[in-house]
Design a protein around this ligand. Structure first.
Ligand SMILES: C[S@@+](CC[C@H](N)C(=O)[O-])C[C@H]1O[C@@H](n2cnc3c(N)ncnc32)[C@H](O)[C@@H]1O
Length: 305
């Protein structure tokens, strides 16, 4: 029988994913103890001769920043036999997944990391890289985030769902996936939110004639920004309506990733508030369709002022 996993790192493994031999240059600040230099080369963060690739440095910093936040959450997960299960949506080249595996799952000898991605060439590339590095508890699935919600290729329950700049509504699908699989944590950094903005853009002239509030989205740049703001607000209400705390990590590029909500809503208040918001804003969305089904159920009357 496997030993139950603990949150303490095990001794570093041997093999191609072996740790860096104590880096002794200016790279020290960028490479963590035990981190696979081979991986950083494969991700083009380091050049073939081991120098830091300046173009990729920003990506590495971004992923480390997120890693620090995620690590604290992973440490709060009670140890289990299989270790934590993490699913990353819109994985792309899987920088985040590989770094999470290398820094957290690999030293503990437990846990699984899955990447969900719609571009088959990126899925194949990540599979090949994981195999080369001996990262055998990583899996990559050629699936859309929406299809992942019902896929039996992924575990029935997972500990964490991540989505770093998953395009447009893929973040909503990642939320649905996390709720369906009882994830303890959703770590979401949304990107290029287009759906609400497109909805605001429709009938803009009519909206302007009807309400001075439409000034908030008259200029194209404001349409995008307000669309993004409304999307995040609706996502938080959705999570609260489903009984989750929505403080988590909803934020946009470069903004704070972690926040705690002021006076969290109860599920029924979140539903009423969303219904009231939808009366105020001319958004017609397929986004989070299950949420809108929830919100069309009778609610107590709440006025948004
Ligand atoms: C901006 S990239 C981010 C990649 C990676 N998470 C990162 O931060 O480096 C977005 C990725 O999401 C993938 N994607 C877009 N829509 C998707 C969907 N509905 N389901 C799964 N992946 C999707 C794209 O193919 C792309 O690789």
């Amino acid at each position: 029988m496997n030993k139950p996993a603990t949150n303490k790192p095990a001794r570093p493994p041997k093999g191609p994913g072996r740790p860096a031999a104590a880096p002794a240059t200016a790279l020290d600040a960028d490479i963590r103890p035990g981190q696979s230099v081979e991986l950083l080369k494969e991700l083009h963060i380091l050049t073939r001769d081991g120098k830091l690739n300046q173009d990729s440095r920003r990506k590495l910093k971004q992923v480390y920043h997120l890693y620090q936040f995620i690590e604290k959450l992973l440490l709060e997960i009670p140890p289990s036999e299989g270790g934590p299960g993490i699913v990353d949506h819109g994985a792309g080249k899987s920088y985040l997944g590989f770094i999470l595996y290398d820094l957290f799952l690999k030293p503990r000898g437990a846990g699984h990391m899955y990447g969900v991605e719609t571009r088959p060439e990126l899925v194949d590339r990540s599979k090949a890289l994981a195999q080369r590095l001996g990262f055998d508890r990583m899996g990559f699935l050629h699936l859309s985030a929406a299809d992942a919600v019902h896929s039996d290729l992924l575990p029935a329950t997972v500990d964490m769902v991540t989505a770093l700049h998953a395009c447009d509504t893929a973040t909503d699908d990642a939320i649905d996936f996390g709720l369906a699989r009882n994830a303890r944590y959703l770590v979401l950094v949304p990107c290029c939110q287009a759906e609400v903005a497109a909805s605001l853009r429709q009938n803009k002239a009519l909206s302007l004639a009807r309400t001075p509030l439409a000034e908030l989205w008259r200029h194209p740049i404001h349409t995008r920004e307000l669309g993004s703001q409304l999307t995040n607000v609706l996502r938080c209400l959705y999570l609260e309506a489903c009984g989750s705390s929505a403080g988590s990590a909803l934020g946009s590029r470069g903004k704070r990733w972690a926040s705690s909500p002021c006076n969290p809503n109860s599920p029924s208040t979140a539903r009423s508030r969303c219904a009231a918001l939808r009366l105020r804003w001319p958004v017609r969305l397929a986004m989070i369709s299950s949420f809108f089904r929830l919100c069309s159920q009778p609610t107590s009357s709440v006025t948004v002022t």
